[in-house]
Design a binder for this molecule. Structure first.
Ligand code: SF4
Length: 392
């Protein structure tokens, strides 16, 4: 995606602390480190940096649990130099731990959690949003409205999920839009559902979704990629080097992750050998943090419903998805269970690259009459019934 060669200058240090992954933050960090005499050793062990380490730990726990627990607001006052210092160094400390572990799935989860935090902040950033957005998107125009309305976005249970500002419309280049949307599932993000004219896509202030929040959602994708790529470069630079003093933090991340994954994998007693290859494929990809497309996600949830898994078990499949949100997934899975949809047909699965086999890989999948993965389970269970009766 064409990004501006020279990103816009950002002068407010508060802004750089809130978005520490920005390329503009690097210069400021150098100055800050020199002025405050902060070295790697200070960051890891100096009592003065403890608030930064604690918040860095919180950032990592959020990555693992998706608890939405990283407060959007810093623990210290972001308007003070100390608050800014703690916020930006908490990000660096978390990054140091992640890069020291060197696991790409963890990098992806961490980048996702940081990008989600950035999205929440950007949606209410107001006029500074343009500066950040223009760091990543070259063709972008804001058409401000005469009045600014503060908008509450509800979660459907009577709680305010987030705030946003109705401040006018955004227009972005069609190529930027398409590339930013490529990993976002849901009909809302299809180009055909947008107002497109002369190569520009318009984002409007909608009743419950202001254009600032929509742009922030798009930026989240780009921010995640930037954080992820940067971490992978750092992992390469670190190589086998072990940073002294991080051992306990690394252990904490691995243990918390291990406990959490154990809980995730408490699946039902349904015999997993009977599941079709496409179901294993979707589950394995999600477990590895791969972004399964809409067809694959719908298939998995509807399949789980058909074969008698619980909603909780179905939600657990998605826990490692890069964009996992417990509330959204539970709601969507709940809808699919309630409507009792038929899982996606084999034909559509093949078209969406969700089928796991080629002709000759699996004799049951090769059968001409096999039109839907549900039939695969039914046949397998039928065969098993026969085997048991034969034995008897
Ligand atoms: S042929 Fe059908 S059941 Fe078999 S893996 Fe492909 S989609 Fe699944």
């Amino acid at each position: 995606m064409p990004a501006p060669i020279v990103p816009p200058e950002i002068h407010g240090n508060g802004l750089l602390a809130r978005y520490p992954f920005l390329p503009q933050s690097r210069e400021w960090l150098k100055i800050l480190g020199a002025e405050e005499n902060i070295t790697l050793k200070t960051l890891i062990s100096d009592p003065y940096m403890e608030p930064a380490r604690n918040r860095g730990k919180l950032r990592l726990i959020e990555m693992i649990t998706h608890s939405e627990g990283v407060d959007m607001h810093s623990i210290s006052d972001i308007h003070t130099r100390e608050g800014q210092l703690m916020e930006i160094y908490s990000f660096l400390f978390a990054k140091l731990i992640i890069c020291s572990i060197g696991d790409e799935v963890l990098v992806s989860r961490w980048a996702q959690a940081e990008a989600e935090l950035a999205e929440k902040r950007l949606a209410i950033e107001g006029d500074k949003l343009e500066l950040i957005a223009k760091t990543y998107i070259e063709k972008l125009v804001h058409n401000p409205s005469d009045t600014i309305q503060r908008l509450k976005i509800w979660d459907g249970k009577g709680n305010v999920r987030r705030f946003g500002y109705k401040r006018g419309t955004w227009e972005l280049g069609i190529i930027d839009f398409v590339e930013l949307c490529s990993n976002i599932s849901g009909v809302r993000w299809r180009l055909s559902n947008h107002d497109v004219s002369n190569g520009w896509v318009k984002l409007w202030d909608e009743e419950n979704y202001c254009s600032d929040a929509q742009l922030s959602r798009l930026l989240r994708e780009r921010i995640k990629l930037e954080i992820q790529n940067d971490a992978i470069i750092q992992i390469g630079k670190l190589g086998d080097e072990k940073i002294i003093g991080l051992e306990n933090y690394i252990k904490m991340v691995k243990e918390t992750l291990g406990d959490f994954q154990k809980k995730e994998l408490e699946l039902s007693q349904v015999d997993q050998d009977d599941w079709p290859p496409c179901m294993h494929k979707a589950i394995n990809e999600l477990a590895r943090g791969v972004n399964v497309n809409h067809t694959g996600r719908f298939f998995l949830a509807s399949m789980a419903s058909k074969i008698g898994l619980t909603q909780k078990e179905a939600v657990a499949f998605f826990l490692n998805a890069p964009d996992f949100s417990e509330s959204t997934t539970s709601y969507q899975v709940g809808q699919i269970f309630e409507m009792d949809y038929t899982p996606t047909s084999c034909e559509k699965m093949k078209l969406g690259s969700n089928c796991a086999v080629e002709f000759g890989d699996n004799s049951l999948c090769d059968k001409e009459w096999l039109k839907n993965p549900v039939q695969y389970v039914a046949v397998k269970q039928g065969w098993k019934g026969k085997e048991i009766r034969n034995k008897e």
